[in-house]
Ligand binder design. Structure first.
Ligand code: NAP
Length: 505
């Protein structure tokens, strides 16, 4: 007998946990989370590289309904985020429904049985009435396809697979990549390594990180008077939202992002005296085309005598060196890959999902255009919700995205239960209208109006369309998830099955 559950969630990160909480709130408690890793936490379980910290102020980086008054710093270190994940899992009784080392390879819709068949590597498949993909936007690490990289004889570590025993003391290290991960990692590696060469293909906009230890009195205040923390969070949310206001509403408020860009330029100027080095570190694209980052130590690291910034493209890797196109040979012992993630080829969706009439979601997205309804659903995929969909991500804070999507799930599944409908599927019309509106809004963003040609930003897909971010303010996205017309979904009639599995829970 194949095991059946009402809902299967893929991924035990914050998205999956949020989905689980939503299901409980909707009255569905017969669900499981399938997680490929041996523990929960998603990003915060996988990423353990030195320097890891939340890269927006922690005041906003938590579920709004489960605030944490105990962050040790304004930008909390990664280990505290992992502890917060554990806390949420225990507090909301999620852990007993998590199955670790369960790698989903494929899911397909069984039309006759009106359920998803979920294939797992080295395990029996299970079936589920609802399938919720909570695999995140950044779950498929990118290992660069550089000539000779397999021949490197030293240690190679990707930032998502950090070796806790790795000791960089006295080594000749190299970091490839200068994204948000590298910005955190590079100053730490420079502290330990005898020499460090950073291979930069595209510079990144960096703004100062106004970090501080959270004083004991403030934490006590947050504990005793939770309203004060709510107010502090609102203020911080506003600040983050204003940082990207000029990015999203570039036509109307492009001056705001140009102002932030000028601030970032001044910051670089204050950190690096050498004009040549400064030029190398200055992005040639508009602020906001690519995710900006916060750091006080990144730029200064390049002024240290044992740190080299290499901007000549990499030609090949040899067993003991990286050779650039102009022939410079950098001898190294350790190669650190801060090369990010592959979103558009393998992350949308992160597993093979085959819906009605054999439609393969990833293939269909790639061969047509990337899209979703409200960042969550796609026609021909009944009872399927993908929390990491095109036009899903809002703002700089992942929690604004998750919480808006939790509202979406609760409303749709709550309605399905009220109607006793075994299947629910977004209509083509609702999908087309939403995608068309998002594409129109993208016309007003920096992605269209700014100079993004050299950004190599993962906000753009392989067709050059900026389909990752939902081009609206976060509060607007949240409100829309609360209010969209449920007629956007087709709820199949209850009588189509004698006992709908959706309401068995
Ligand atoms: P990323 O932003 O995609 O950066 C990857 C870097 O690797 C880029 O500089 C890229 O250069 C470079 N690269 C990739 N392939 C290369 C190749 N073949 N040769 C040379 N360079 C290559 O990835 P990330 O830094 O891991 O950050 C991803 C996202 O994770 C961030 O935007 C942020 O949202 C999130 N993040 C969050 C935190 C946090 O909250 N603590 C920390 C880190 C990251 P190009 O730009 O030229 O492609």
């Amino acid at each position: 007998m194949t095991e059946h559950v009402t809902a299967a969630i893929i991924g035990a990160g914050f998205g999956g946990m949020g989905a689980g909480i939503s299901l409980d709130r909707t009255g569905i408690d017969d669900w499981v989370i399938l997680e490929r890793e041996p523990d929960l936490g998603g990003t915060w379980q996988v990423n353990r590289y030195p320097g890891l910290a939340v890269d927006i102020p922690s005041l906003s980086y938590s579920f709004s309904f489960e605030p944490n008054p105990d962050w040790s710093r304004l930008f909390a270190p990664g280990a505290e985020l992992k502890s917060y994940c554990d806390h949420v899992a225990d507090r909301y009784d999620l852990r007993r429904r998590m199955r670790f080392e369960h790698t989903v390879t494929e899911a397909h819709w069984d039309e006759a049985e009106e359920r998803w068949v979920i294939e797992l590597s080295d395990r029996e498949p299970i079936t589920a009435t609802y399938l919720i993909a909570a695999t995140g936007f950044l779950s498929q690490p990118r290992v660069p396809d550089i000539d000779g990289i397999d021949t490197f004889a030293g240690t190679v570590i990707h930032s998502t697979d950090w070796d806790a025993t790795a000791d960089l003391t006295g080594t000749r290290a190299a970091v490839i990549g200068t994204g948000a991960t590298a910005v955190q990692l590079i100053p730490e590696v420079a502290r330990q390594a005898e020499s460090l060469t950073v291979f930069q293909r595209t510079p990144i906009w960096v703004v100062p990180r106004i970090d501080m230890e959270m004083p004991g009195w403030l934490r006590a205040l947050f504990r005793r008077a939770p309203l004060t923390q709510k107010v502090a969070r609102k203020g911080n949310d506003l600040l983050l939202e204003s940082l990207i206001f000029g990015v999203v509403h570039h036509r109307q408020a492009g001056f705001a992002s140009r102002l932030v860009q000028r601030g970032a330029q001044r910051f670089l100027h204050s950190q690096v005296r050498d004009p040549a080095l400064r030029r190398q570190l200055t992005p040639g694209y508009s602020f906001g085309c690519k995710r900006p980052t916060f750091s006080n130590s990144y730029f200064r690291t390049f002024t240290k005598p044992h740190v080299t910034l290499e901007t000549d493209p990499i030609a090949r890797v040899e067993p003991d060196a990286i050779v650039t196109e102009s022939g410079t040979r950098h001898q190294i012992d350790t190669l650190l890959l801060a090369t990010g993630f592959n979103l558009w080829d393998v992350n949308f969706p992160a597993i093979t999902v085959v819906g009605r009439d054999g439609r393969d979601l990833g293939k269909w997205w790639r061969e047509n255009r990337f899209g979703s309804f409200q960042g969550v659903s796609v026609p021909a995929f009944p009872n399927f919700f993908s929390l990491a969909s095109p036009f899903g991500y809002t703002g700089l804070n992942y929690f604004t995205t998750i919480e808006a999507e939790m509202v979406h799930l609760s409303r749709v599944l709550g309605e399905a239960r009220r109607r006793g409908a075994p299947t629910v599927e977004v209509t083509e019309t609702a999908y087309d209208e939403f995608c068309a509106r998002m594409r129109r809004l993208v016309e007003d963003t920096v992605f269209t109006l700014g100079d993004c040609a050299t950004a190599r930003s993962y906000y753009f897909n392989q067709h050059g369309e900026a389909t990752l971010l939902r081009p609206t303010a976060s509060w607007r996205a949240h409100r829309e998830q609360q209010r969209f017309d449920l007629a956007a979904y087709r709820f199949s009639p209850a009588q189509s099955r004698s006992e709908p599995s959706a309401i068995r829970a």
